[in-house]
Design a protein around this ligand. Sequence first.
Ligand code: PLP
Ligand code: COI
Length: 341
Amino acid sequence: MEKKNIDWSNIGFGYMHTDKRYVSNYKDGKWDEGCLTEDDKIVMSECAGVLQYAQTCFEGLKAYTTEDGHIVVFRPELNAQRMVDSAKRLEMPVFPVERFVDAICEVVKANAAYVPPFGTGASLYIRPYMFGSSPVIGVKPAEEYQFRAFCTPVGPYFKGGAKPITIKVSDFDRAAPNGTGHVKAGLNYAMSLHAIVTAHEEGFDENMYLDPATRTKVEETGGANFIFVTKDNKVITPKSDSILPSITRRSLIYVAKEYLGLEVEEREVLLEEVKDFAECGLCGTAAVISPVGKIYNHGKEICFPSGMEKMGPVIQKLYDTLTGIQMGKIEAPEGWIKRIL
Ligand code: PLP
Ligand code: COI
């Protein structure tokens, strides 16, 4: 298979049209058998549930070319399960886990020419999503839905790749206690757009959201969970019912303990204690692990000792081990890597 003529090492995190996507429709209480299509356009009612009341959820995962030339995806069953959880919370029908995984495999296979070659730093981002497609005008769930999955080659989420970024403590809240922060609902992202645009206008790369109830605890950013390292090399990650259960974070906790022999604490993290940490990073599928050099909090700056030039040493080790596993350079735990081609 011949790869597309793309400058793989210089692509950013954006949408690029690829050849095929997967579609399945839900009607009369069941999903149809689904298929690949070249049609990237969606036609639906002007009154569709997704258009009126944002009834939609999505996922994000990546396919990689390994060192020995295979194409693999990373823990797709966990994305499938999280989409089940999102669908239930949004009163949408569940798209079965096995079907989700099969759909991902089909999409990647059909677009293999777009999977960036090993060593380019790029990967194929896969975006499965689901939405209410039938008309609703009273506030209630739609009766018909569509599941789709497309893919697009991507580079680093933050410009500059592994260079530390600067974030600000946001005055806006992202997710309420007992709300939808723990699922991947489109609405969580719609309501973060003003906060992210504001942060960018002020010269910051991202926001740190706090818990809305007390505004004393660290939650997450708009698209990634936090990971901190203490001065004695302990890995700390915030625990909260209103943050997204990041698959990258869950994987890093395992990597830290089992591959690197580090102590890990998943617990509430007070904003007040962040100044005492040695390293900070954002972790997620898109972000991988993006180091944070500086946090701006209402006139005060928290500058991590790891600085603005490179990742701190522990975050670097976590990054190298995780990406090594994903690219087939380091042996993966059982079931983490699904070979597609
Ligand atoms: N937090 C938010 C708000 C996200 O959008 C994402 C991205 O999916 C993550 C965390 C990271 O999750 P994952 O590692 O499963 O990609
Ligand atoms: C991801 O990491 O997959 C995300 O969904 C984060 C962001 C691009 C929305």
